[in-house]
Structure formats: structure tokens, C-alpha cells
Design a protein around this ligand. Sequence first.
Ligand code: NAP
Ligand code: GCO
Length: 265
Amino acid sequence: MTNELFDLNGKVALVTGATHGLGMAMAIALAQAGARIVVNDIVAERLEAAKKQYAATGINIATYICDVTSEIQVIEMLARIEAEVGPVDILVNNAGIIKRIPIVDMEVSDFEMVLKVDLVAPFIVSKQVAKRMIERKSGGKIINMCSMMSELGRSTVSAYAAAKGGLKMLTKSQATEWAKYNIQANGIGPGYFATAQTAPLREDGHPFNDFIINRTPAARWGEPDDLAGAVVFLASRASDFVNGHILYVDGGILATLGKAEDEEY
Ligand code: NAP
Ligand code: GCO
């Protein structure tokens, strides 16, 4: 019974921007649970390189060039996916960017770009995928990549926090509108994970590295594979009565006020 709850055989999963990082780790986990994986990116070379990396783990992915901020490109991509792979059953809105600039120094165009990729794009892709799920009466799973910044502010990442806070509330609104169609919309909120996106915070003895290790009860950065269980759970029958939930995978960051430098828990 338990294995069947998490079985994704026969399902098609689109993981946006999953050419590396958290997206790739989640896509691999979904594939290992039986899903057929579709990945998009904006750069053809990155898709080709990713295809080889996935193949090295025994996973044959379908790839599509698509800028998730363009509704026209998303519509065209979904039409091709349906014709060439099959209708999307599971969507992971993983694609995202960040700009670390103090508010007073940030150009409006930079703020708008982060909102466009991290909030408007998940709206676009979810809308187009959900429309098709409703038309097919198939139900489905929408999983939005939230963040510690869905709950907390941090200097220099105001645009990202505004987007990820909005994405939390978009997730709850999607859950409200789509639950009756048996579509579950939920979020995953990773803590601080070791990927290209956070590399600048971990390099060359950056003080933030030690800060995060001290701020995280698990006393380490997350590794992309730490999201495998969360994404398979939210993509599977096991979460059919879970709606509008943000599942934080953060080593305990949100559970604690933190501790003094030399204090031991
Ligand atoms: P990442 O290394 O920056 O990867 C983001 C991916 O999104 C890249 O493959 C990128 O493609 C793609 N992308 C960006 N803009 C796109 C667009 N307009 N259309 C299509 N694809 C686009 O990020 P990550 O660390 O793996 O994180 C993945 C997600 O989890 C993001 O949403 C991030 O905000 C979130 N998250 C990360 C952490 C963390 O600690 N790492 C924690 C919480 C939440 P290119 O490489 O071609 O630009
Ligand atoms: C930052 C980091 C974070 C992580 C993640 C934390 O500069 O604070 O990039 O934003 O990416 O979102 O959950």
C-alpha cells in the first residue's frame, strides 16, 4: 500500500528550469518514482548538457526551449509536450532568479525582472497547465518553489522575498480555486541549499556561510537530494488531501530564533 501511494508510473512531470540544481534533483526523484520527466530552459546548450547528465543516471528526459515568462512560449511548449510526450500531470515551478541589491540601489527594472520570473512565470505556467487539467478532468499536482523568503526578510533580496512571499499566497489561491477539480496546489520551501544560486554566499570564506550553519539547527546547508521526499510526496497520491500547504525543508531554520555564536543547543 505505502509504495503505491508514492508511485508516479504513467505520470508526466514538467520541472521548469531543471537543467541543474534543485530542479534536477527533484526531477531525478520524480523519475525514480516512475514519472516521465520534461525539462525546459531558455538556453539550448544547457538543455543538451542536462540531457546527458540525466542519461548518465539512466533517465531519458524530454527537453524544450521555453522562457517561462512568455505565455505564448508556454502555450506552444505545452502543445508540443502533449503531442510528443503526453499531458502534464505534475508541474514543478522551479525556474527562478535572484538579484542581491539593497533596495535604495535597485533599479525598478531589476525588481520587475525578479517578480516576472519568480512570481508571474509560475502564474503563467500553472494557469496554462491547470486549464488543461480541468478540461481533461484529470486532476493533477502543482508544486511551487517557495523559500525562507516566503516567510522572512533579508537585506538585499527584497525583490526575491516579495516574489516568494507572493508565490506562497498564489499557491493558496490556486488551492482554493482548483481543489474541486482534484488539483492539489502546494509549495516546497527549501532552507539554504548548496547550488549555483547560493554559491556566492558560500565562497571564499564568505561570513554568510558560517551564519547559515549557525542559524540552521541541522548545522549544515541543504543538499539538493534533501528535497526528494518532499517533491515525491507532493506529486503523488499520498498528498491528495493536502491543499495550499507550503512544506518547508529547512533543517529547522523556521522553527528557531537561533542561538548565540558559542551557544550549544
Ligand atoms: P538555480 O541554480 O539558479 O537554477 C534556476 C534555474 O531556473 C536555472 O536552470 C535557470 O536557467 C532557470 N531559469 C531562470 N529563468 C528562467 C526562465 N525565464 N525560463 C526558464 N528557465 C529559467 O536555482 P536553484 O538553487 O536550483 O533553485 C531552484 C528554485 O528553488 C528557484 O526557484 C529558487 O528560487 C528556489 N530556492 C532555492 C534555494 C536555494 O537555497 N538554492 C532555496 C529556496 C528556494 P539558466 O541556468 O539557463 O538561467
Ligand atoms: C539568499 C539566498 C536565499 C536562498 C533561498 C532561501 O540570498 O538569501 O539566495 O534566498 O536562495 O531562497 O530559502
